[in-house]
Design a binder for this molecule. Structure first.
Ligand code: GTP
Length: 242
């Protein structure tokens, strides 16, 4: 008996969106392998079963990792800072091309003293989200180290990377465009997709003037955080061959 509530409408992905930048994309095909697609449609997914992918969110202390996850999962924002102790996690259910799919979002502590505990949860990630504050250039510089640490526990050729600039609402357009140049450079080096967001307002914007395939109305953090929208993390056509 299925005791789970239906998947929320904005978590139902009926068409795979095109990748935004090929060099930062793990999946460059517009759809699953035809055999996979027909097996999903005919519910012959057999041994593939229920899919879970793990996303880890890393970055300096107080850059807004918890707020980003809360906006995405609960559509809430808390202006009071409560440091994450070690790690925390949320689970989000999706339906991708008719197949149930879940994301585990691991929120890790940015404080140095908890780094040791948090890093024990890095292993087995399909996507790494490295967050920095667009108003704090130091936090952008530290993203390289956060990525290096996360990649020690993961296979670099098999993870999708996102560089996310947070608290965009606190910067003026002039300040932001100065910062964006540096952020894009770092994203390019990392081969990550770059997004700028505000968890306070719910706005999310793909960096570098890349065009999104999505409707303007969809581009809010709740429905379209990078991890939910740009790609379907963790799914590869080879994995999904029935
Ligand atoms: N104005 C504004 N403030 C934000 C935004 N995101 C987070 N904040 C504030 O920044 C502070 C830190 O946010 P958190 O999400 O707790 O930061 P964190 O990165 O999870 O911090 P650690 O758990 O210590 O690693 C809080 O006071 C938030 O309210 C944003 O988009 N805009």
């Amino acid at each position: 008996m299925n005791v789970l509530a239906p998947v929320r409408r904005d978590r139902v992905i009926a068409d795979l969106p095109a990748c935004f930048r090929k060099e930062a994309a793990l999946h460059t095909r517009p759809a699953f392998h035809p055999t996979v697609a027909s097996a999903c449609q005919e519910e012959r997914t057999g041994t593939v079963g229920f899919k879970i992918s793990k996303i880890i969110v890393v970055g300096d202390l107080s850059v807004g990792k918890t707020c980003l996850i809360n906006r995405f999962c609960k559509d809430t924002f808390d202006k009071n800072y409560k440091a994450t102790i070690g790690v925390d996690f949320e689970m989000e259910r999706f339906e991708v091309l008719g197949v149930p799919f879940s994301l585990q979002l691991w929120d890790t502590a940015g404080q140095e003293r908890f780094k040791c505990i948090a890093s024990t949860y890095y292993r087995g990630a399909q996507a790494i989200v490295i967050v920095f504050d667009v108003n704090d250039v130091g936090s952008l510089e530290h993203t390289r180290q956060w990525l290096a640490d996360a990649l020690k526990e993961n296979d670099p050729s098999n993870v999708i990377l996102f560089l996310v600039g947070s608290k965009k609402d606190l910067s003026t357009p002039a300040q932001y465009s100065l910062m964006e140049k540096d952020a894009l450079k770092v994203a390019q080096e990392m081969q990550a997709e770059y997004w700028a967001v505000s968890s306070l307002t719910g706005e999310s914007q793909l960096g570098g003037g890349c065009r999104s395939q999505h409707q303007p109305g969809q581009r809010t953090l709740r429905g379209s955080l990078p991890m939910g929208q740009g790609r379907t993390c963790g799914i590869s056509s080879s994995e999904w061959r029935p």
